[in-house]
Design a protein around this ligand. Structure first.
Ligand code: FES
Length: 57
């Protein structure tokens, strides 16, 4: 059985991991230049958000 994890990083993107291996990073700030993926624009945008985690098994 595989595990999918969504890691909501502090002030940053959602890291999507499969069986502990990073697959991609999704933008959650709305400022990415390569949506739906994170482009790093959250830094200059001053995006602020709490960290959390969701794991699906
Ligand atoms: S979270 Fe990184 S560009 Fe939006």
């Amino acid at each position: 059985m595989e595990t999918i994890e969504f890691e909501f990083t502090k002030d940053g993107p959602i890291l999507v991991k499969k069986d502990g291996k990073m697959e991609f990073a999704l933008c959650r700030c709305g400022h990415s230049t390569k949506k739906p993926f994170c482009s790093g624009a959250h830094v200059s945008a001053g995006f602020k958000a709490d960290a959390s985690r969701l794991e699906l098994k």
